[in-house]
Design a protein around this ligand. Sequence first.
Ligand code: S3P
Length: 177
Amino acid sequence: MIERGTAIVLIGFMGMGKSSVGQLLAERTGWRKFDTDELVAAKFALPIAEIFARFGEDRFRDAETSALRELPREGDSIVVTGGGTILRAKNVQLLREIGTIVCLNADEERLFERLASRRNRPLLQTSDPRATMKELLRSRETIYKKAADIMIDTSDLTHEEVADEVIKELKTLSVQR
Ligand code: S3P
């Protein structure tokens, strides 16, 4: 068994509200927040879409893994990941070491509505973003489920309610452990 840290780690597909819920959790707990997209963007001093365009996805993924390795192992924190962070098994292992992994989920219809209003996701800049989203979701579904300690369906919840749910589920889990 690996040693697990005390961080709350948020994973899940793009548009699940990981960043907003992470911010709320940081405010409620007073814990520090780390966001892998922000850390990578800061390293390149470029927005994510620009990193993908100039250097490609592999370089982005390498930087994502480096950012995870550099996260502090000690102390309480909230860690927000990018939607594809869990694609590398090594990353999932690193996240497990850091803390409890909470996956935010939502039904496909709701997710597409949320994503359609934003055009900042490089992986969805295709001729048929909905089909691309479906395919990506399908290919990642099992990986999210396997990585998660807790799954939360956010479809009918506000960000505030999701944060409540995260805290409630974590308490239940710590009683069980
Ligand atoms: C990605 C999700 C994005 C960002 C990058 C790749 C993915 O993060 O890391 O565009 O592969 O799903 P969000 O989940 O915050 O949109």
